[in-house]
Write a new protein. Structure first.
Length: 330
C-alpha cells in the first residue's frame, strides 16, 4: 500500500489568472484546431469538442447541430450495431466508439475516427485489443480509453492509439468512484496524460467532469486536445427521450436504464451509473453557441487569439471557491 500525497486537482479547484491582452474582441479568437495524428498520419481540422457516445445525446439530430459548428459527434453505441447509416453528414466529424467485441464493426465504418471505449483501460486484454484494431485498420485514426495516468496513456499510444481518452468517474451520471473508490481528479489527469501523450506526438480527449464552458476552458488550458461532454448536451430537442413536466431523462451507460435497454445484465456486474432528470433546455444550437462564446471570452482574458495557444497563456490559481452561489447554480 502506498499513499501519494502530491496535490491533485479537479476543475473546481482552480481558476485561470487573467493577463494583459492586445485583443479587442472575442470575435478575433479562432477556435479551430488542426491535428495530425501519430499513426494514421491523417489531418483533422475543426473545433475539438465532442458529444459523448451516450444514448440520449449521441443522436443523429445532435450530430446535425454539432456539424454546423464543426464539432464532433460520438454516436451512441447501438447505432454502430444497427443503424450507422443514420450518420451521413460530415463523416470526418464522427467518432465511432465500440467495445472490444465491436472491432469487426468498427473496421467497416467510414469517416473520421474509430475507437475502443471501455470503463477500465488498464487491462492487458484491452491493450491487446488496441493492437488488434491497429493491425486491422492501419490507416484509421484510433481512439482508446479510458485511463487517467501517464504510464497507461503511453502504453495505449505505443499499442497503436492516436488519441487516448482520459477520465475515470468524473461524469455527472457516473458512480464508479462511489461504487469502487477508483478515480483520479480530472484536471490533474488531463495535465499528466496530455504531457505523456504530447511527448510521443499523440493526443488526448478530456472525457467527463465539465459542468460549464469554464470547465471546458480549463480542460483545454490543461493540455487537452479534445473535450468530450455529455450532461452539458442533455435535455435538448435533439436528445433521445420525451419531455415530461419540463424535464428529460438522462442516464449513464453503466446505469440500470442502459442495462435494461441494451440487455447488459449478468450475474457479476452491477451498475456504475445513475438515471436523472434534467430541465428541458430547448434547442441544442443555443447551448453550443453559449459554450463557444465562453471559450472565446476566456481566450481574450489571457491574450490567446487561437485555441492552440490557450495552454501556453494559462496560469492556474488554486482556489477554495470558484464563484458566488448565492442564487444557486445556472
Amino acid at each position: 500500500m502506498l499513499v501519494n500525497e502530491d496535490i491533485k486537482l479537479d476543475y473546481s479547484d482552480v481558476l485561470i489568472r487573467p493577463k494583459r491582452s492586445t485583443m479587442s474582441s472575442r470575435g478575433e479568437v479562432n477556435l479551430e484546431r488542426t491535428h495530425t495524428f501519430l499513426w494514421s498520419k491523417k489531418k483533422w481540422t475543426g473545433i475539438p469538442i465532442m458529444s459523448a457516445n451516450m444514448d440520449t445525446v449521441g443522436t443523429p439530430a445532435m450530430h446535425n447541430v454539432l456539424s454546423k459548428y464543426n464539432l464532433v459527434t460520438c454516436p451512441a453505441r447501438h447505432y454502430l450495431k444497427k443503424n450507422p447509416e443514420k450518420f451521413k453528414k460530415r463523416q470526418s466529424n464522427i467518432c465511432w466508439l465500440g467495445g472490444i467485441d465491436d472491432i469487426s464493426k468498427l473496421s467497416k465504418t467510414s469517416g473520421g475516427f474509430i475507437g475502443l471505449d471501455v470503463a477500465n483501460g488498464y487491462t492487458i486484454k484491452f491493450v491487446d485489443a488496441v493492437k488488434k484494431l491497429r493491425k486491422k485498420c492501419p490507416n484509421a485514426t484510433i481512439v482508446a480509453g479510458n485511463v487517467v495516468t501517464a504510464d497507461m496513456t503511453q502504453e495505449l499510444i505505443l499499442a497503436g492509439a492516436d488519441i487516448v481518452k482520459v477520465g475515470i468517474g468524473p461524469g455527472s451520471v457516473c458512480t464508479t468512484r462511489i461504487k469502487t473508490g477508483i478515480g483520479y481528479p480530472q484536471l490533474s489527469a488531463v495535465i499528466e496524460c496530455a504531457d505523456a501523450a504530447h511527448g510521443l506526438d499523440a493526443h488526448i480527449i478530456a472525457d467527463g467532469g465539465c459542468t460549464s464552458s469554464g470547465d471546458i476552458v480549463k480542460a483545454f488550458a490543461g493540455g487537452a486536445d479534445f473535450v468530450m461532454i455529455g450532461g452539458m448536451l442533455a435535455g435538448h430537442d435533439e436528445c433521445k427521450g420525451k419531455v415530461e413536466d419540463g424535464f428529460m431523462k438522462f442516464y449513464g451507460m453503466a446505469s440500470e436504464s442502459a442495462m435494461n435497454k441494451h440487455g447488459n445484465h449478468n450475474s457479476y456486474r452491477g451498475t456504475e451509473g445513475k438515471t436523472v432528470v434534467v430541465k428541458y433546455r430547448g434547442k441544442a444550437d443555443d447551448t453550443v453557441k453559449d459554450i463557444l462564446s465562453g471559450i472565446r471570452s476566456a481566450c481574450t482574458y489571457v491574450g490567446a487569439n487561437k485555441l492552440k495557444t490557450l495552454s501556453k497563456c494559462t496560469t492556474f490559481v488554486r482556489v477554495n471557491n470558484t464563484h458566488n452561489k448565492i442564487f444557486g447554480e445556472e
